[in-house]
Ligand binder design. Sequence first.
Ligand SMILES: Nc1ncnc2c1ncn2[C@@H]1O[C@H](COP(=O)(O)OP(=O)(O)OP(=O)(O)O)[C@@H](O)[C@H]1O
Ligand SMILES: [Mg+2]
Length: 402
Amino acid sequence: MTRSGPSRDVRADAVTDHRIVLVATAAATLAVTIYTSLQGCLLSGCPAVHGGGVGVWATVGAAVVAPVVMLSAVHLLRPERYGYLARCLSVVAIAVGAALTLAAARAVLAAILAPDAVAPTSIGEYVSAAVAAACAVGLGLVQVDVARRIRHAEREQSIAQARAAGLVAELQEEELRLRYELAETIHGSVQGTFVVMEARLRHLALSTAHADAGVAGELHAVADQLQRLREKELRALSGRLYPVDLERGLAPAVRALVVRLPPSVAVTAPDDAVFSAFESRLSHEARVLVVRVIEDALSNALRHGSADHVVISARESGGILLIVVGNNGSAPPATPALSGLARLRRRAQVLGGELVLETLHGGRSRTGARLKLTLPLSAESAGDAAASASATAAPHTPPPAP
Ligand SMILES: Nc1ncnc2c1ncn2[C@@H]1O[C@H](COP(=O)(O)OP(=O)(O)OP(=O)(O)O)[C@@H](O)[C@H]1O
Ligand SMILES: [Mg+2]
């Protein structure tokens, strides 16, 4: 499996190279043949016509046979496979062979077609034929070298692009890991420290209450401030860094978003089993994106739509995950100025998906908004492999969702 790809490439490259040599050599030979024929006719009044019409046919026949034999030799020898020295030797051999073939073909054809005519022999003509043949084959080999260099550069470029994409993915994974650790630290240690400080302040306030009620009140006020900071700011900061409960899976993370909503808003969300059916086939980044999209859709439903009913649905179709968050509030404007959704859409597109905000027509002139996220799902085995690879490579990465 691992060897068939590269070896198939090598074979395909060899076939392409050989085709380039043959085509370039044939084109150059044709051009040289036409050029020399025209030149001969124009300058010397068709010297090939010695011996009448039959002599012309011997010359033309030889001019056809020699290139055909030369191209056959190129096809058999495949000089593009060799190094510099072997190439030079094969070019010389093919060129000499072409000149000899030309001479032999001319002699044989003249003997057959006009046995009584005296065929003129010119060494210079055969030497120039050999040089022309060498140039034609040499041109074909130069073309192959150029094609190989272009191919090599293209492959290097695609390897570099794949490497860069891999590095970006690693960076993103590292960023998520750091965010998760920071969120955990804020949620755990920092909040814990705040709780201890509050308790100590309240204890101090109690012990100083009988001596100085003012100081005790001040200490209580500072403790209350710390409590507000811990409950609101720190929790919000932690949630912004990494979706709450996502390390336990998509379903708990979505539940954590839903429970924050006021009781006046009814939310219908898929069962845990629906999420667990596909979440192992989503990358870590894609899972974070799903939560962020649902989070923004819920907040938009309240802020912009004033909705009181939100329906979250998730399903897979043909390897594509479709998450839809619909609400019964007011419809979005025809051309909304996207802000948070634009950022989320860019992230979806980077992952090969799409994010669309639509007007929801609920019948009987009821409207609302619908946010649709599509994301490609990896094959089951690939997801498992990626999960186990990342678990080995980064032991601190949040555990993949169940
Ligand atoms: N559920 C919705 N109901 C009605 N209009 C919506 C809804 N969701 C989005 N919109 C419209 O789309 C616009 C863009 O939404 P988007 O979430 O991108 O930005 P935002 O909510 O205004 O700002 P941000 O998300 O950065 O806080 C909104 O200003 C609003 O006009
Ligand atoms: Mg928004």
